[in-house]
Design a protein around this ligand. Structure first.
Ligand code: 6GU
Length: 241
């Protein structure tokens, strides 16, 4: 997979050199290219935004700057068979979840367009959703709160997607038990390691029993307990435990 990120703050993406994602990049499991949108900015000040039509606070990022930038990104992939999927992070998008992450692992090329200020001229999303050289446009939100720009959201999405790719996690089983990995499932349960007694708190006895049926039963009950406390919204259609 190839990932391109367009942003006016390329430094936000330094963490992609670290940890699991950094190692997977070194291992050529996927590649990430970060581009400074100002490269395509206009005039002496490399301007990327302008005042909003209809008035209102703040600035809107220009369709022309984004169009020139995105066309040149698409062209680098043209010799490959993959059409890029354009992802536009925005609090007004569809909410990202584990099944979005799993779906995107099947894409050959993801292009993330990080908006700042009041967002990107809406004609950009319309243009690329109907474009024969692109796989479509996803306007995606992380949840019901507002960030200053798309950069932090893109870091989260990239980590969620790439950790599902074969060879990224040291232990592939780690992703199988993930919260939300089963649609309609429960959140993950509590975890413990040595010592068995810490500050008056004991590890639950079933986990020390060596009895696999008892351990599975305790974990299922604990997972249901945590889900009903933290995420009652997930309880309705969960499978019976
Ligand atoms: Cl994707 N972008 C911004 N700016 N704010 C958000 C978000 C995205 N998701 C939740 N809040």
């Amino acid at each position: 997979m190839r990932i391109d990120i367009l942003t006016v703050f390329p430094d936000y993406f330094a963490p992609l050199d670290l940890s699991l994602v950094g190692k997977a990049r070194k291992d050529h499991i996927f590649e990430v290219h970060v581009h400074d949108l100002r490269h395509w900015g206009v005039g002496a000040h490399k301007q990327v935004d302008d005042t909003p039509y209809g008035g209102g606070p703040g600035m809107v990022m220009s369709a022309d700057v984004w169009g020139t930038a995105l066309d040149s990104i698409q062209r680098v992939d043209a010799p490959l068979v993959h059409k890029p999927l354009l992802v536009i992070p925005t609090p007004s998008g569809i909410v990202f979840n584990q099944s979005t992450a799993a779906d995107w692992t099947a894409q050959g090329h993801l292009v993330f367009a990080c908006g700042r200020y009041e967002g990107i001229d809406s004609r950009v999303a319309v243009h690329y959703s109907d474009h024969p050289d692109w796989a479509g446009v996803s306007e995606i939100s992380l949840g019901d709160y507002v960030l200053a720009g798309g950069e932090v959201a893109v870091l989260a999405m990239i980590e969620a997607v790439t950790r599902l790719m074969p060879g990224v996690l040291g232990n592939p089983g780690s992703a199988v038990d993930d919260s939300f990995s089963i649609p309609g499932g429960l959140v993950e349960g509590s975890v413990f390691t040595k010592p068995p007694l810490w500050r008056d708190l004991e590890v639950p006895a079933p986990l020390l029993s060596g009895n696999h049926a008892l351990i599975a039963q305790w974990r299922a009950a604990d997972s249901a307990r945590r889900t009903s406390i933290n995420r009652p919204d997930l309880m309705g259609d969960s499978p019976q435990v």
